[in-house]
Design a protein around this ligand. Sequence first.
Ligand code: HEC
Ligand code: HEC
Length: 321
Amino acid sequence: MKRTASICVFLTLVALTLRISPTSALSQTSTQVDIPHGGALYDNWIAATGQQAPAGNHPLWSRQANNPLSGPDTWRCIACHGWDYQGKDGAYRSGTNYTGFPGVLADAQTQSVADITDILSGENDPSHDFSKYIDTAGLNDLAAFIKTATINDNQYIDPFTYDVIGGDSTHGKTLYNSACATCHGDDGARINMNFEGVQAGLGTLASIDPWRFLHKTRFGTAGTPMVIGYTLGWNPQDGRDVLLYAQQTFKTGLEKPTILPVLPGDQTTAGEPAQNVFTGFLTAIGAVMATAGFTMLLGAILVIILFIVLWSMRNNKQRRE
Ligand code: HEC
Ligand code: HEC
């Protein structure tokens, strides 16, 4: 009995130690991965490593011509692979952010950390070599982040309104006030951020780029002292609750874009799908009508109808003869 009790005490102590200091527990293992560091590198490895951005555009950037960004921004993972980790198949499937480059989320399912590290070291494509800028430990953290900590956030974001689906904003408020308000203020507006060239508070960001917001709730903002949800022990739902609270409460000061990209694989329960399909149809008709092509099409159809009428008249005539 006494032995069982002491084993229990021992196990409790072990559990507590692991909980209180996850990093010291990890450092005893051989691999020492730092997932939040991987998340920060994915956001902005230039800021996270404190180096100067390489000159010019990333060598792969010229393989696309749609996205007008240039310089340091083109070197960030998020520029090509997106805040939702889904590249051309996610939020960046249309608009100026579109590059046509793949996402990294699928890799988490199919590739090992070593495979992903190889991709990041240019093994498959020499233009995709980041080993000159990010050390081996960093590349390993990045790969481990992709493998274990990327999430398909699109499951929880309404593709039409961008609002969080199924969150708890009361819980979000409690979390926000305890971990975020000291810096961002009760109204989310204390820190003014540069968002794609616009000065914006948290309300604006929450309403127009929920994916970016969610990544930040988990991994902070590279190069700033911002808190990191992952390290606080927040789970992904905690981040979504905070996002919902920000969406519902903070002023945006900006209009939402009128045409929101519809994400693939998302349910159409949001908004009124029937109306969306209908308005989509009307828009399509309108677009066709607006072009000269429609006039030509109409002309062609008339000619074909005339031809069929003449042909059947001639047939009738032949039959009567
Ligand atoms: C300038 C654009 C660009 C940047 C920046 C970039 N990538 Fe990529 N990435 C690509 C392209 C294009 C591919 C497709 C394979 C290739 O040609 O290299 C790719 C492939 C990948 C893949 C494999 C995806 C697959 O489906 O096979 C992973 C993982 C990846 N990148 C991670 C990263 C990470 C992490 C960063 C940041 C350190 C990063 N990439 C930065 C363009 C980029
Ligand atoms: C210690 C101060 C601090 C705390 C606490 C803090 N932040 Fe931040 N946050 C910052 C700073 C600094 C920035 C960067 C401002 C800039 O880009 O100019 C930032 C940026 C952000 C951004 C946008 C970054 C971008 O460029 O896209 C989001 C979203 C954000 N914070 C959310 C949160 C949330 C949610 C919490 C609570 C979990 C939080 N912050 C807690 C300091 C803080």
